[in-house]
Write a protein that binds this ligand. Sequence first.
Ligand code: NDP
Ligand code: GDR
Length: 374
Amino acid sequence: MASETDDPRSGSTTAVNGEDSPSPSPKRKIALVTGITGQDGSYLTEFLLGKGYEVHGLIRRSSNFNTQRINHIYIDPHNAPKALMKLHYADLADASALRRRLDVILPDEVYNLAAQSHVAVSFEIPDYTADVVATGALRLLEAVRSHIAATGRTHIRYYQAGSSEMFGSTPPPQSETTPFHPRSPYAVSKCAAHWYTVNYREAYGLFACNGILFNHESPRRGENFVTRKITRAVGRIKIGLQSKLFLGNLQAARDWGFAGDYVEAMWLMLQQEKPDDYVVATEEAHTVEEFLVVAFGYVGLNWKDHVVIDKRYFRPAEVDNLQGDSSKARKVLGWKPKVGFEQLVKMMVDEDLELAKREKVLVDAGYLDPQQQP
Ligand code: NDP
Ligand code: GDR
C-alpha cells in the first residue's frame, strides 16, 4: 500500500512511487544508490539520470531533511513521468528493509556508497563505523544474493565503494595488487567490505566490483574533510567572517581528484563483461600544505597568517602518503580524470567564496552569527 513513508520528500499522504507502484518505463535501467544524500551519491545520481536511468536512493530518517545535495534534481513524485529520482527510507543497519527495497525496486545496478565515511570520527565511534561500513555492506550483499535466489534476477550488478585508506601504511604507488595495511577503524571496515564483495563474487557468481577510489573532492564535499574545511575557511577569511583556521597534520599527502570524474568510473565498472576491482586515482599526490598554498594563494592570502596547528586534529594513527596507480582503470575502463589538482582547488574556492558572500549578507542583516563557524 502506498503511504507517506514511500517518498521521504513527498508532503503527500498518497505518494505515487513506492511499494505498489511499478516503474513507469520498462525500458529504463534502474539503479539503486545507497548514500544518495552524500557527495558521491549526488554526482552519481546526476550522471545516471543523464544516462536515462531511473534512480532510487535509500535515505536515512533524520529530524531535518538532509537532502541538500540532491534538492536541485528532485522532482515531486506527483509529476510522475518526470520524477526519475525516487527516495526511500532504509538504513544499512536494517537488513530486512534492504531486502524489501530490492524486491520492490527491482534494480539492475546497485551502488553501495553509504558509509560513516570520516576516518578521524571512526576512532571515536569504531563499533558503529564497523556496523555500517563492514556489516552494512555484508547486509546489502546478502540482500542482493537472497533477492536473486528468490527472483532469478541474475543480471543484477553490484558496486562497492572501496577506499585508498585500505592501503594505509603500504608505500605508494598503490595498485590493485598492493597489500592492504589499514590504519583506522574506518579503513579496517572498508577492507572487510572489500573482501565480502570479493567473496560474494567468488562464492555466488555475483557480478560485484570493488572501486578502490582515492580521495575525491568537490564543492559538495562534507565540511569536516580537510579540503573543504580549507576552502570554506578561505572564503570566510577573504570576506572577513573568520580569521583563523585550526588544522592537524599538514604533511600528509593525498591523491586528490574531482568527485564528478570518479562517479563515471563506478558506472564503467558495472558495464564491463566481467566483474573486477579497480583503483581510481589521478596518480598525483600533494600534501595538505600544498593544498593550503594553492587555496590561500588563489585569493591573494598567505596561509601562514591564518593557519594554527591544533593537536586535536591529529589522528591516533595517520596515513602518510597515498598515490594511486590507476593504469588498470585507464586501460580496461578507458577512464581518466578530467580535472587536475589546481583546477579542483580553484573550483572549490570559487564556490566557497560565493557561499561566504551570501553568509555575509545574512550576517550584516543580523540573521547569522559570524562566530558560528562551519
Ligand atoms: P559522504 O560522507 O558524503 O556520504 C555518505 C553517505 O552515506 C550519506 O548519504 C549518508 O547519509 C549515508 N549513510 C551514512 N550512514 C548510513 C547508514 N547507516 N545507512 C544508510 N546510509 C548511510 O561520503 P562520500 O560521498 O564522500 O563517499 C561515498 C562512499 O565512498 C563512502 O562509502 C566513502 O566511504 C567512500 N569513499 C569516499 C572517498 C572520497 O574521497 N569521497 C574515497 C574512497 C571511498 P546522511 O546524508 O544521512 O549522513
Ligand atoms: P581522509 O580525508 O582521511 O583522507 O579520508 P580527510 O580530508 O579527513 O583527511 C586528509 C588528511 O588531512 C589531514 N588533516 C586533516 N583532516 C581533517 N579532516 N581535518 C583537519 O583539520 C585536518 N588537518 C590535517 C588528515 O590527518 C589526513 O591525513 C577521505 C574520506 O573521504 C574517506 O571516506 C575516504 O575513504 C578517503 O578520503 C580516501
